[in-house]
Design a protein around this ligand. Structure first.
Ligand SMILES: C[S@@+](CC[C@H](N)C(=O)[O-])C[C@H]1O[C@@H](n2cnc3c(N)ncnc32)[C@H](O)[C@@H]1O
Length: 226
């Protein structure tokens, strides 16, 4: 097992995180024992974070102790791996508005004490204004206004110089434009709104017509009012 980022491992082209809750699978993933630890496979076809890492993402700032706001948590597939990475000293505020998938997310949060499952609309950050400032925001909403939602949340909840990772599904944003055009316009909007784009990575072949943009919130004179 080679550690490629804090808490993220690779062996024979497969990615793994160390299982925070030994013996428990979250979505049917493979578990393997190695050097006295249990590793869970991070499947790039099930997780956009997994796809980005598999393809060679260079800018990953998730680590033990990170505070993360996750927009579009669904049943918690990717959230569970971030929970492994940030460990007992970190926390994930996991936002999801669909009640059906939220039930599974709540069950996950019962097992893993570093996940706060929040049933809320990411377009209304005032619904979860109580959360603390975060080091990283991970956004995977598949909505036409996803970039605006991510920017608004980053202005409210991201620390200065914090990292915003956005998984973009081009067809959710504009089906009439080419994916490359959609990604270019998303990056331009982020730049106009106070973010330095660090990396843009196409997630094909693992996630069709998806890309991930990683950017850093520029320093301003003060932290968000919280
Ligand atoms: C592509 S799925 C996310 C998959 C998940 N990130 C993973 O890797 O396991 C998008 C999710 O975002 C949720 N979503 C979309 N718009 C939302 C909003 N405005 N507020 C909260 N959740 C939203 C959807 O219900 C859906 O579960």
């Amino acid at each position: 097992m080679k550690e490629i980022f804090p808490g993220i491992y690779k062996e024979e082209k497969e990615l793994f995180t160390v299982n925070l809750i030994e013996g428990k699978k979250v979505y049917g993933e493979k578990l393997i024992k190695n050097s006295g630890k249990e590793f869970r496979q991070l499947d790039p076809t099930r997780s956009k974070l997994g796809a980005a890492l598999q393809i060679g993402l260079k800018n990953n700032h998730l680590k033990a102790g990170s505070k993360v706001l996750y927009l579009g948590a669904s049943t918690g597939t990717t959230v569970s791996h971030i929970s492994d990475i940030v460990g007992h000293d970190g926390i994930i505020y996991a936002i999801e508005f669909a009640e059906r998938v939220f039930r599974s997310l709540s069950r996950l949060a019962k097992d893993r004490e570093n996940i706060a499952a929040i049933l809320a609309d990411a377009r209304k950050p005032e619904e979860y204004a109580w959360i603390e400032l975060c080091d990283v925001i991970f956004c995977d909403l598949a909505q036409p206004d996803e970039i605006d939602i991510a920017i608004r949340n980053a202005h409210e909840f991201l620390k200065q110089s914090g990292i915003l990772m956005i998984a973009i599904k081009s067809q959710s944003i504009d089906i009439a434009k080419s994916p490359q055009q959609v990604y270019k316009e998303a990056a331009a909007k982020l730049k106009q709104n106070g973010f330095d784009v660090m990396e843009q990575i196409d997630l094909e072949p693992y996630q069709e017509k998806h890309a991930m943009i990683v950017c850093r919130k520029q320093l301003t004179s003060k932290e968000p009012d919280k």
